[in-house]
Design a binder for this molecule. Structure first.
Ligand SMILES: *Cc1c(COP(=O)(O)O)cnc(C)c1O
Length: 420
């Protein structure tokens, strides 16, 4: 039928069809686009953020809550635009800088501290059976979802420090598994953490452990998520703190206040292999320049604030002692563990009263963390809440009891169910 019509007519019918189809495609496409599109900016957005910043200034739960400032974000937008699975200049420069200040050959930007630790362990460990020796409170043992077993097939030897503060050479000697007996998983890595629960392991002890571990041909890994705090508090260079280790993981997203990221450092060969595992684990990221720039901003502008943070932690500790709470773990850096039971108080009572203030405070349990965005006012208000509750107890007949035996710190992450 169509064949008998003039060519021009046939062509115009043809193009009209295409046009009609295109138009209906367009309307179909715009309906798909309507389903896909999404605006996260709400009407109260700016106000919500301002409120959030106020909450963060009054949150003692962790230093992970610290947020990027507008200055950090402005700086970050200037970063380079590479794809980090291939090559990203800002990220690569950050890796080189961290390698330099830690005295290692190479660095690798990581999405999280957990990824950094687990990839480090996986890169060191080759053929089971084997074990990793660490403090029983270590993050790699307690708070990485059993990752050493999952990723590396490794057993963990969690050691309780004899002195209840830090692992010593003797603790390591007493627990390291050096054997050809088939019943045991020989130790291949001794992993230390510094700071650990905010406490500092003396560098002499680190060196003694490292000399011994290396004399056995084993590896030393440092979970240095908060090594920044140790450097600030002891006025020791990052390099000196990292020298005894084959690999070190450092976090930007805790005390330094960057939004995302950690860095793993070690030899060139080690980092090349770790880069491979990072890809395998799904941690190869693309335009990471903005993240690297946030970390760089944090190194320059936030690291210098740590002495102030530590001084504020010590002020909080002194206040708690003065009121009569027991200090379970002293404010060596940015954390305090306390027990209010000598005042007749529970963590829940304190947290509830604190959350009911006109400007609420946010508390976990026994751990109090001070960070670069904590205000002096928040610390004073917290002390005032505890002081007042203690006085109310006394008025109700409670006799404050100085505690003889400080209770053991069981767990850092005390979860309180938030009140609706
Ligand atoms: C937070 C933390 C990690 C893990 O970091 P994420 O980024 O939360 O995965 C590792 N080690 C220590 C000591 C930490 O405090």
């Amino acid at each position: 039928m169509l064949g008998r019509l003039p060519l021009s007519f046939r062509l115009s019918r043809f193009s009209a069809n295409i046009l009609r189809r295109a138009m209906s495609n367009e309307s179909q496409f715009s309906s798909v686009a309507d389903q896909v599109k999404f605006d996260i900016l709400t009407e109260t957005h700016a106000l919500d953020n301002a409120t959030k910043r106020k909450e963060i200034a009054r949150t003692f739960i962790s230093d992970t809550v610290t947020v990027p400032t507008e200055e950090m974000y402005s700086y970050a937008t200037l970063a380079t635009l590479g794809d980090d699975v291939y090559f990203e200049p800002s990220t690569s420069a950050l890796e080189a800088h961290i390698a330099k200040i830690t005295g290692k050959e190479a660095g690798l930007f990581m999405p999280s501290g957990t990824a950094s630790n687990q990839i480090a362990l996986r890169t060191h460990l080759k053929q089971p059976p084997y074990s990793i020796l660490c403090d029983h409170r270590a993050h790699i043992h307690k708070y990485e979802a059993g990752g050493a077993a999952f990723h590396s097939g490794a057993a963990v030897i969690p050691v309780v420090p004899t002195n209840r503060h830090h692992l010593t050479l003797q603790d390591v000697k007493d627990n390291v598994m050096i054997t050809t007996d088939v019943h045991f998983a020989p130790t291949e890595i001794v992993a230390l953490e510094n700071s650990l629960n905010g406490t500092i392991i003396p560098q002499d002890e680190v060196i003694a452990i490292s000399d011994y571990v290396h004399s056995l041909g084993l590896k030393m890994h440092l979970d240095g998520a908060r090594i920044w705090h140790v450097a600030a508090e002891t006025q020791t260079s990052i390099k000196e703190l990292c020298d005894p280790f084959d690999s070190v993981s450092l976090c930007f997203s805790k005390g330094l206040g960057a939004p995302v990221g950690s860095c793993l450092v070690g030899t060139k060969e080690f980092i090349a292999k770790a880069r491979w595992f990072r890809k395998l684990f799904g941690g190869g990221m693309r335009q990471t320049g903005i993240l690297a720039a946030c970390a760089a901003y944090a190194l320059t502008n936030n690291f210098p604030q740590l002495p102030r943070v530590h001084a504020l932690a010590k002020k909080l500790e002194a206040g708690l002692e003065e009121i009569g709470a027991t200090i379970l773990s002293k404010a060596e850096t940015c954390m305090i563990f306390y027990d209010p039971s000598p005042l007749g108080l529970s963590y829940d009572e304190i947290a509830e009263r604190a959350s009911a203030l006109p400007e609420p405070l946010f508390l976990g349990g026994l751990r109090l963390v001070i960070h670069i965005q904590t205000t002096e006012q928040a610390v004073e208000d917290l002390l005032q809440v505890i002081r007042q509750l203690a006085e109310e107890k006394k008025a109700a007949g409670f006799m404050p009891q100085p505690k003889v035996n400080g209770s053991e710190i069981k767990d850092v992450y005390v979860r309180r169910t938030p009140k609706a």
